[in-house]
Design a protein around this ligand. Sequence first.
Ligand code: ATP
Length: 402
Amino acid sequence: PNKHAVAPSELASYFGKQTCSFLQKIGAFADELQVPVYLVGGLVRDFFLKRPHKDIDLVVEGDGIAFAKQLATAFGGSVRSHESFGTATWANEQDIDIVTCRKEFYLQKGALPTVRPASIYEDLARRDFSINAMAIQINRSSFGNVLDVFQGKQALIDKHIRILHPLSFIEDPTRLFRAVRFGLRLNFSLSSETIHQATKTGAALHHISAKRLRQELDLLANEGVLFEGFRQLADLHVWTTLFGSRFSERAWRHMANLQQHGLNDGMFFLLAGAVDCTRLDVASRYALTKQEKRLVEETSLPVWQQLAPTASLGEAHRDLARISSEIVRFYSEAELPLSPLLRRYAEKRTQFKPLLTGADLLKAGYQPGPVFTQWLLEIECLQLDGHIATKDQALAWIAEKT
Ligand code: ATP
């Protein structure tokens, strides 16, 4: 038997008998159409590692969408296709993603590539790491044949993340983030050549779009390794390239606190770095929503310099009421003289229920106007300092004012 083949029984014990015979059925059908078809990518990696897989990804040499439609005609089910990517999802016994083997061209650094149909070898050669660049054929005559041109199996044994060619990171710098993520997930390390190339990525990093960079940070956060990921990316010079200087130990402690206390979000980590390097422009570049842009702006307000660490909660509220509670929490995790106050204030604010609302003032017969906002803020401050505790006391305070 071919030593680069896995036995059907091995596939059956990983996928389950039913899925395995379903794959065999697809393979036999593909034979009739003379379409080579393979399991590919992360799925093959997870199969060899005996880790649970997410979805079933197939690639075909030929038209993936047409093949998906032919499968649906023969076996039933429906097909959702994305013509521009040459991909389709065939929903039958389970969802199966079917992709046309393709070769990619990077016309612009960091941008999405242009694609054209290609052979399985070219398809594997465009991939990120050798552990993700293996395929297992499922056609009947070749069922279980392993295609491993980049020594992916050896990399699994060595526990190495290895790029396929020296310019890989320049071609697509998001691979730096992927490398770190897979390394942390699988407890693998980057091979020394891969580290060497990663640290040379340089200016190409500026071409990663804000959306893609943030997506990568979300993926790290979802796997619970945002802090470790940031650390490793620092070792690969990612942050010095993007921010122009190194993060200080204080910034790292800030990020560790953020992760520990629930602000486990790439945007806050970027903000921590930006505050440390005084490069809010960088954080601003990666803020995706209006709300995030606002967070960045709030980070630089003078209140953080003006507020006295010894202020009461009420006094703090007078300055901080208009600032989003996330930014208060963000700063409460920084190592500032102000932090203990902010921590107490942030905690209070999340549970805070004002005694009075504008509706109460209207009901009490006051004429609405900007003064309402002032009064309500004053009441909140007094309430936070424990000077008033009931709605009647609040109304009495206002009556005295007028
Ligand atoms: P996960 O277990 O996180 O889903 P995965 O390996 O399936 O991991 P995907 O992001 O779903 O990862 O990508 C599927 C496959 O596509 C990868 O295994 C890899 O071969 C290839 N791939 C994904 N992103 C890139 C990239 N930026 N450059 C090259 N190949 C990539």
